[in-house]
Write a protein that binds this ligand. Sequence first.
Ligand SMILES: [Zn+2]
Length: 333
Amino acid sequence: MPIPKAELHLHIEGTLEPELAFALAARNGVELPYADTEELRKAYLFDDLQTFLNLYYGLMAVLRTEADFEELADAYLARAAAQGVRHAEIFFDPQAHVVRGVPIGTVIEGLSRALERSQERHGVSTRLIMCFLRDQSAESALETLEAAKPYLDRIIGVGLDSAEVGHPPVKFREVYEAAAALGLRLVAHAGEEGPPAYITEALDVLRVERIDHGLRCMEDPELVERLARDRVPLTLCPLSNVRLRAIDVLEEHPLARMLDAGLMCTVNSDDPAYFGGYVDDTFHAVREALGIDHERLRTLARNSFEASFLDRDAADEALRAKYLAEVEAYSFD
Ligand SMILES: [Zn+2]
């Protein structure tokens, strides 16, 4: 059994495996430009960002109904449970669906159905985080937040994702202020392909609690010091960094150096159907490639629960304490 862990950086759209893509395409009468799952699986072996984005957004065409989103999330949660995930804070991209004519309510209701059953069915507690696409306008993000208002009881926070360079955090100051005023928790992708200054801006201007990715902080020693001192969680995704060429090979990933620097790192899978592994696969990969030993894997698991949003009430705190006890009691042999 893999070590218990929380997954804090996971895009539900990035869990669409070829088999489910074909099943949903057949159900919805959507034609895919691939002969079969075999050919589609080969297309998943892209090696640059644009090819990935074309495939990623192209395949979303198969997601149309509440049942589709429910099935997608349920399939992820089953896989996650098998990888030792006990708690998942799941991203979704409403703008990518609304633009295709799928209402935000369909997306949220469908995902929620799977999430509400998850504890009982898979033993995985869940939260939902709504992301804004940063390459879309600030107005579009504000409209998305407005459209989500009837569903805020299902959403714990907001995030910011998609192509980073040229879209600094400050562009979304207003929508983050509005989200905070609604009681939503705040996270943002920063310092993946964008510069360390985007991380500082996400902290100071957007006032986020966690940085998604953030590996480029290593280029700015003062920022590293600040992140370590304030214990700002970083949700790293090492396999994603290799596939999207943020780094050349896993052996060059800064994770070990980041842990040495006292940063509060977590390890996550990002878009696991596309990046060659789910979260425990990632734990194994960093162990092999970077020599991350068992006690540091335990630290990563502990960090994942400590960085989670399981802190709103006594029930949350009790659940988190239970998970942390499982981490401490875990034996690697
Ligand atoms: Zn991501």
